[in-house]
Ligand binder design. Sequence first.
Ligand code: FES
Ligand SMILES: [Fe+2]
Length: 465
Amino acid sequence: MNIFRTILCALFIVAVSASITDKLLQIPLFEVGEIWVTAVTKVHARLWNYVISLLDVTSLYFYIFLGVFGILGFFGKKLLFDPLDRVRLLGDIGYQADGKWGMKEIANSVRRRRLVGEIPPVYPNGWFGLTESFRIKKGESKNICVLGLNLAVFRDDKGEAHVLDAYCPHMGANLSVGGRVVGDCLECPFHGWRFRGDDGKCIYIPYTDKIPDMAKVKSWPSMEINGWIYLWHHAEGIDPNWTPPELEEITNGNWTYRGRTEHILNCHIEEVPENGADVVHLRQVHEPCIAAGIDLSKMWNILWSFSHHAWSASWEPNAAPEEHIGNLKLTHSMKFFGRSLVPLDLNVFARQIGPGIVYLEFSSLFGKGVFIQSLTPLEPMVQRLVHNIYVSWTCPTFVAKFLMLGEAIQVERDVMIWNNKKYVGKPLFVKSKEDSLISRHRRWYSQFYSENSPTLKFQKETMDW
Ligand code: FES
Ligand SMILES: [Fe+2]
């Protein structure tokens, strides 16, 4: 179609110029073609000379050209082809600076002064993302502290990931800080005891053959899927009764990784998934155009009123035996002067799988893909929220990055709410289907707490936090 249009356009230009030259300049029609050919040859020769002069290594222009080309190439590649990596730590965003204090000071002061509210237990039961798979290579170990645990995560020489308690039972050294991976074991950096990844048992002590039965560390249930190493945490010590489903398009490589975002939040974990059932906030927080930024008080600027995001959403939990899954159907369209910009339309089907994992599968004009969301408590009121994006080959990297950036900006608006609010145990709900949906979500999420789930009070009494 494009070629057809180009030929038509060229014929039109030739016809117009031929008739002008014939009528105005009195040039016979048969000479018009010759004039065109001469003109094109001249332009071509000039351009060629220019390119040749740029390649003259004795000329200053060559080095200027090289510099500009190198810088453009570097940033162009970064922008168009490299995966996105956007990290916002506590105090980077989500607070309002007052001109006197920097963002970090304000963050600390809000954390100290805020009312926590009547919060549910701080560490729910379920699978939680420990780290993205690519962060731990074969033979490497990493110290990870989440859910009140201090863990040694390592990948053995066959590539299998293991999760052990970090402290050595001998004299308490941290196995993952300085420890070596030997075969399928992690070796303590202090006196060389080796602990098996599968069950945490000590199978080697360099200076004795008598290995006591007590010589072992706790080995935690873990699994690796969809680019994440997950940990099973249950306050009653119950073994996993469900697992995060595999996304085949990721395993078979049909969808490829195009980037990540990471946000550290200061709130109770339940605030984040509760957003999925809070349809009213979509309008209030997420409607203004993303170009208007992440400060909730400034994003209503009239400058950006020509464009907005339109959302519709519905949330529904699954029936048994998949009661740990909640489904959110979301449609997004970008409006300019009230009209939709179709390439940015998104249909999202989000599955909340347990308390800390969400798959947001989307389809757009550019193809299909998924955001994998992982929400893990680092402390009772500090959460790490990571999104990874995978897309089909039809979606260019820069489009995937744009989608991810848009999603990140919307999340960062939520961060300003989460970081400053208190949790209200008994909210002042009005009689409406909107507020009753949030109630329903709270009842659904309460399945992830149990009798011995740690509470903030408990944490304070033991001085763990
Ligand atoms: S402290 Fe680990 S071997 Fe001694
Ligand atoms: Fe939100």
